[in-house]
Write a protein that binds this ligand. Structure first.
Ligand code: BT5
Length: 276
């Protein structure tokens, strides 16, 4: 591999233009999970904006205890510790929008560095040609001796070759390399990701979700699609995804069952894009 594309803190810093995110960067060759390491650091009191990066994860996590394929030398596995001081009545808006704006920031960063147009699948998947190229896992730690904090974890398949994905992911996953056929500099992409993320976090904290919701909706491939939603209570719903609500929920016009022809706001679900 081209040595200039090895992960390196000095290379990240050479293009990093953030005010706060990434003042402290912890880079590891290998970790079980960057979210786990960031949580440990958060509990020990590290400052807001601390970034944990691992070249490889041995127990990368997805939502609902799923695993995240995290090979060495090719991808981005990165988590941040956030300690934002917000009034209690804004916590719920904050927590529902964090995963969405993280996915939005990652998509903007990818487009800016590689020109690859990544779309979003609600709530927090990054898609390229309808295949998953990245994912986001946010966790809220309320009870900690160091005070409450949030972890945002981002995984992006950057330079993985198609044949290097495990068989069970080959049909559903892709990488930026698959589109560009050139090796993308992960250091540059991480620096841009932190900048886009900082701008989105500032916008959410200072002005709320209104503009972010519009930007998210423009990138979201789910809107207008026929979808199947697996809801948190185990039930399923088929319908057309109409829009994103101000609280980050997905509004689905239901097609099936007793809820047919009603619009339902879904806060947490797994979404499958169906052919219309
Ligand atoms: C996610 O979960 O998409 C969140 C992924 C977050 C990963 C980052 S890496 C840095 C940080 N540290 C961690 O430990 N995690 C975060 P979910 O929506 O539940 O999707 C998980 C599903 O995606 C799996 O069940 C697989 O089907 C699929 N998958 C696993 N690895 C993949 C990969 N590398 N690329 C595309 N799809 C993958």
């Amino acid at each position: 591999m081209n040595p200039s594309h090895t992960l390196n803190v000095d290379s990240i810093r050479s293009t990093l233009a953030t005010k706060v995110l990434g003042r402290r960067i912890e880079l590891f060759k290998q970790l079980p999970s960057t979210n786990l390491e960031a949580t440990t650091l958060g509990e020990s009191g590290v400052e807001h904006g601390t970034v944990v990066i691992a070249d490889r994860q041995t127990a990368g996590r997805g939502r609902l205890a799923r695993t995240w394929f995290s090979p060495g030398g090719t991808n981005i596995h990165c988590s941040l510790v956030l300690r934002c001081e917000l009034p209690a009545n804004r916590l719920s808006e904050w927590l529902s929008w964090l995963p969405l704006i993280t996915a939005l920031a990652a998509a903007e960063a990818i487009q800016s560095v590689t020109s690859v147009p990544v779309s979003l699948k609600w709530p927090n998947d990054l898609l390229l040609s309808d295949r998953k190229v990245g994912g986001v896992l946010c966790e809220n730690v309320q009870a900690s001796p160091s005070g409450p904090f949030q972890i945002i974890g981002i995984g992006i398949n950057v330079n993985t070759r198609p044949e290097d994905f495990p068989a069970e992911l080959r049909a559903s996953a892709t990488s930026l390399w698959n589109q560009t056929h050139t090796v993308v500099d992960r250091n540059r992409l991480i620096a841009q990701l932190l900048l886009e993320l900082e701008q989105c976090i500032e916008e959410l904290a200072e002005h709320g979700s209104q503009q972010l919701a519009l930007a998210y909706q423009r990138r979201c491939a789910t809107i207008g699609r026929k979808v199947q939603a697996s809801l948190a209570d185990g039930s399923e719903l088929t319908g057309y995804a109409e829009s994103i609500s101000q609280d980050g929920s997905l509004r689905i016009s239901a097609l099936s069952g007793s809820r047919s022809n009603t619009t339902i706001e879904v806060r947490a679900a797994d979404i499958v894009h169906l052919r219309s």
